[in-house]
Design a protein around this ligand. Structure first.
Ligand code: HAM
Length: 421
């Protein structure tokens, strides 16, 4: 038997939950004025090297890179931001006016060690607000991230923010970090020993060496006046909007493009992989990709982690069962039953037997799939145009014309829609 690749998932039984989540995410994004962008799943490898950064774990260790038959080096996208910005530059989206507010959903690929909440093919929902340097943009993006979790019914999450400064103030901070970590170097894990030279900021968010990060210099003490003013304004606006947050100076993020504000949302419903979303400001990525200076900010959310949180918090919606199951009393009535099922399916969720089951077995199947009602099609019903309509919850049944049946189904659908839309 050929099996799925390690670190990938088949979404089968819970695909309806994914659809529900996706619908909610699209809805919130639109309410915040974002429109969807769909970019290719593979891109030129150079895009991620330049965008995400050659010294990051993603580019160093985690990319699915391959040569195609034309000898080009291609990479399955490990994240969405670089692709969105490539598209922004390629299609001169700035000419359509700024800011551009784009969201996306889809699979991402990273060669990481699979564990609960960490896959090699995972899915992200992300949003990018392109073209504003102002703190209002940072805060609206964070507000969107928080709102997406709220509309899904999640409660046990925390927004953590930090500033990683800019090209002016960050070098001083990096120097201070190097000083601090130098005597500790022999005690650090292998990864951090390499990161010391390549990407010193990442030492702060290493889980293995967390004990040393506690006493490390704090970036907020090293911010230049402009970065400090920006961060203060972000905090002021979050307070004004009553969005709860915590300042966490160890948040540095694993991608190189960030400048100033960075944030993560963690969930206590998750285990070791507790980041449900992460993002921040990236003011130089567009230039890095050959465009004009275009300050931007965005975030992405791990959809598998959202699923785990929904499950842990008991927020998985019930599967929508058929509203009505059409039962044919005998062989002669089958064409009529199919015709009715087709007509009803223009408006409602309908099921009808296609396995040649006898009437009793059809009823059994209707109750197994949780159908709210059964519509019985027998000779008498076809002649009189009055159908036996059975309520499967209380067992009551009544004969009525199709138009009346539709009215009842419409009312029920209307009452249950609050959960689905
Ligand atoms: P990231 O922090 O690398 O940021 O990923 C965002 C979210 O994707 C994480 O918080 C996590 O929920 C999920 N995630 C990441 N890796 C995995 C994995 N291997 N398995 C399951 N879930 C995972 C970015 O990707 C940036 N592009 C976010 C961004 C957008 N920044 C600005 N704009």
């Amino acid at each position: 038997m050929i099996k799925r690749i390690k670190g990938t998932n088949d979404i089968i039984e819970d695909s309806y939950v994914w659809e529900w989540v996706e619908r909610k995410l699209i809805d919130v994004s639109k309410r915040f004025g974002f429109s969807e962008i769909r970019t290719p799943i593979f891109e030129a490898t150079e895009l991620f090297k330049r965008g995400v950064g050659t010294d990051t774990d993603i580019v160093q260790k985690e990319m699915y890179t391959f040569e195609d038959k034309g000898g080009r080096s291609l990479t399955l996208r490990p994240e969405g931001t670089a692709s969105v910005m490539r598209a922004f530059v390629e299609h001169s989206l700035d000419s359509k006016g700024l800011p551009q507010k784009l969201f996306y959903m889809g699979p991402m690929f990273r060669y990481e060690k699979p564990q609960a909440g960490r896959l090699r093919q995972f899915h992200q929902y992300g949003a990018e607000l392109i073209g504003s340097a102002r703190p209002e943009a940072d805060v609206m993006v964070m507000a969107l991230a928080v709102e997406t979790l709220k509309v899904l019914g999640l409660k046990n999450f925390k927004l953590k923010i930090n500033s990683t400064g800019c090209e002016k103030c960050r070098p001083n901070y990096k120097e201070a970090l190097k000083e601090y970590y130098k005597p500790l170097l022999p005690k650090l894990c292998n990864d951090c020993q390499v990161r010391y030279d390549r990407n010193i900021l990442r030492l702060l968010d290493c889980k293995k060496d967390a004990q040393y990060a506690k006493d490390a210099p704090v970036i907020l003490d090293y911010l230049c006046d402009e970065c400090k003013a920006h961060f203060d304004k972000v905090r002021e606006l979050l307070d004004a909007l009553e969005i709860e947050y915590e300042v966490d100076p160890t948040i540095v993020r694993g991608l190189d493009y960030y400048t100033r504000t960075v944030f993560e949302i963690t969930s206590t419903a998750l285990g070791a992989q507790d980041a449900i979303a992460g993002g921040g400001r990236y003011d130089h990525l567009v230039e890095e990709l050959g465009g004009k200076p275009t300050p931007s900010v965005g975030f992405a959310m791990g959809m598998e982690r959202v699923m785990i949180a929904l499950e842990k918090e008991g927020k998985i919606p019930q599967k929508e069962p058929p509203s009505v199951y059409v039962v044919a009393v005998d062989e002669k009535q089958r064409p009529h039953a199919l015709k009715l099922a087709l007509e009803l399916s223009e408006e409602f969720v309908v099921d009808v037997d296609v396995m040649g089951r006898k009437m009793k077995a059809q009823f059994k199947n209707a109750s197994k799939c949780g159908a709210h009602h059964v519509l019985v099609v027998g000779e008498e019903e076809v002649e009189s145009n009055l159908y036996t309509f059975k309520n499967m919850k209380d067992g009551s049944q009544i004969k009525m014309p199709l138009s009346e049946i539709k009215k009842i189904l419409r009312k029920e659908e209307c009452d249950s829609n609050y959960q689905w839309h």
